[in-house]
Design a protein around this ligand. Structure first.
Ligand SMILES: NC(=O)c1ccc[n+]([C@@H]2O[C@H](COP(=O)([O-])OP(=O)(O)OC[C@H]3O[C@@H](n4cnc5c(N)ncnc54)[C@H](OP(=O)(O)O)[C@@H]3O)[C@@H](O)[C@H]2O)c1
Ligand SMILES: [Zn+2]
Length: 364
């Protein structure tokens, strides 16, 4: 690689790093960072998108300019927008600034933009270079891209189990399988998500809080999926002062008289089937890019079968629960042959005290 292209890579990596500062806060928007060099190649500004409604990365970079941008170069990890959203289009700002070149890592998958922003820049005589550090940019915005291309939220399934692969005793008790460190790690990593999903049975048995314990404000939306609506009138999820809760129920099977047990501060939405894909679509429509499924075996199996899970995180504790009837992470997938089983890829393993954490991609 020539010295010149090395420095282009360096600046795009800087833009990607800036974009990553919005990691937990930009949904439903993408993570975007921008760097501006003057005509002599000196850094004159940079910016990143922090939150929907706040300036886009390019706009923030123009707001922070220390010098004239005329004849200069911009590095940005996503195609500049060309539509009027909560803020004005960035393409107009880039054109009026007099920049000569723009390096863009990838096209915006949002159909209001996808290629149109680049076209406008080129028509204005700006040199556009597309594709620098594309792999890193795709990875940074994989949840946003997934939502825009599939209209479903990017799903991560997480569970904790013993070394013999059990998630609860046969009486349903599961507090606690993993160590304190793993559990507090789960609280903080929930901050990466826009919503956390469980089924009605986990709510009845575990009465969880499903919060980040304050590391994200506002907290992710807590979602309960129920076929029966047979939910208790007292539950930690009904305390809306900590986080919002949404109950989604299948009206083809639910007893709607149970609705009276749910307090008014909790939002309720009905669907006409028990297909978890509906949850994923509803949450995507609400702008959730990335959602965490913290459910038990029945909903987890259905979520995998309906393609709602793109990543898996397993915490494995060095404990033995034993027993044929203690609970497994999944129900039966009805596989008959080994080539049918779900194969995970790109596994990363880390040690958390004595617990093991395995993260893998799930393509089924
Ligand atoms: N160790 C761990 O990481 C972990 C994590 C989560 C849960 N657990 C344990 O798992 C147990 C609960 O397991 P579970 O499988 O019953 O969990 P769940 O998370 O409650 O999911 C099952 C429930 O989801 C609802 N549901 C809606 N659509 C469904 C569909 N298509 N398929 C299946 N269920 C659907 C039903 O609620 P309704 O019954 O209300 O209709 C159903 O009972 C508890 O003992 C809990 O401690 C362990
Ligand atoms: Zn923009």
């Amino acid at each position: 690689m020539s010295e010149k292209s090395l420095s282009h890579t360096k600046w795009m990596k800087r833009a990607i790093f800036l974009a990553s500062l919005g990691k937990n806060t930009t949904s439903p928007n993408p993570r975007v960072g921008a760097v501006i060099l003057d005509k002599n190649g000196s850094l004159i500004s940079e910016g990143f998108h922090f939150k929907a409604g706040m300036p886009h990365a390019e706009a923030m970079a123009f707001n922070n300019l220390k010098n004239d941008a005329k004849g200069g170069t911009m590095y940005v990890n996503l195609e500049p927008c060309c539509h009027q959203g909560k803020t004005p289009p960035c393409v107009d700002k880039v054109i009026s600034s007099g920049l000569k070149k723009v390096y863009i890592s990838m096209e915006d998958p949002d159909e209001r933009v996808s290629g149109k922003g680049i076209k406008l820049l080129k028509e204005a005589g700006i040199q556009v270079n597309l594709g620098l550090c594309k792999k890193e940019s795709l990875d940074l915005n994989k949840a946003f891209i997934h939502r825009n291309t599939t209209k479903k939220a990017f799903g991560v399934l997480k569970w904790a189990m013993s070394i013999d692969g059990r998630i609860a005793l046969k009486n349903g008790k599961s507090k606690w399988i993993t160590n304190d460190e793993s559990r507090s790690l789960v609280h903080s990593f929930r901050a990466e998500f826009d919503a956390i999903i469980i089924g009605g049975n986990t709510l009845r048995r575990d009465n969880p809080f499903l919060t980040t314990r304050g590391s994200k404000n506002p907290e992710p939306l807590r979602v309960v999926f129920t076929k029966s609506l047979d939910l208790p009138s007292k539950s930690n999820l009904w305390d809306c002062s900590k986080a919002k809760t949404l109950v989604i129920y299948d009206s083809s099977t639910a007893n709607e008289s149970y609705l009276s047990r749910i307090p008014k501060c909790v939002e309720v939405e009905k669907v006409l089937s028990d297909n978890p894909e509906l949850i994923s679509k509803i949450l995507a429509k609400r702008g959730c890019n990335k959602v965490l499924w913290e459910c038990g075996p029945n909903l987890a199996t259905a979520a995998i079968q309906s393609n709602c899970i793109q990543e898996i995180i397993t915490f494995i504790a060095p404990k033995i629960l034993g027993g044929e009837n203690s609970m497994h992470p999944f129900g039966d997938f009805e596989f008959e042959e080994m080539h049918e089983v779900i194969k995970l890829s790109n596994s990363q393993v880390s040690l958390i005290g004595n617990d093991i954490c395995v993260k893998s991609l799930c393509k089924n």
